[in-house]
Ligand binder design. Structure first.
Ligand SMILES: Nc1c(NC[C@H](O)[C@H](O)[C@H](O)CO)[nH]c(=O)[nH]c1=O
Ligand SMILES: CC(=O)[C@@H](O)COP(=O)(O)O
Length: 107
């Protein structure tokens, strides 16, 4: 299932709720935070990172951090299947690895 949220700041609460349903083996959290003129970037990026970690810890379901934190759009596009790889695909592989680890070795 794909759930869209308004911004990266809102990812953690939804990830936590999804995790707590018990219906998912892993939750991939995807977003892109692009630096602006003020310090707002740091608040959104840091909240997304710590919030996704917290969602995983509190729900017991791996919540994978696939949120790009970039200086500009070019950096983001390069990491979303461009010349610097595909962080979304990496997040998907991490989800499979973590889901398998939790299901088969840690349950
Ligand atoms: N500027 C970016 C945002 N900003 C929105 C926040 O995530 C949030 O929705 C708002 O502060 C209301 O709580 N979000 C991104 O994901 N990326 C940005 O570059
Ligand atoms: C990450 C943000 O919310 C950011 O793009 C805000 O831009 P600004 O710092 O120019 O208000």
């Amino acid at each position: 299932m794909v759930v869209s949220v308004p911004g990266s700041f809102e990812i953690p609460v939804v990830a936590q709720k999804l995790g707590k349903t018990g219906a998912y083996d892993a939750i991939i959290c995807i977003g892109a935070v692009i630096r602006g003129d003020t310090t707002h970037y740091d608040a959104v990026a840091n909240s997304a990172a710590s919030g996704v970690l917290s969602a995983g810890l509190s729900s017991g379901v791996p919540c994978i951090f696939g949120v790009l934190t970039c200086d500009d759009m070019d950096q983001a596009l390069n990491r979303a299947g461009g010349k610097s790889g595909n962080k979304g695909a990496e997040a998907a592989l991490t989800a499979i690895e973590m889901a398998s680890l939790c299901k088969h070795h840690l349950s």
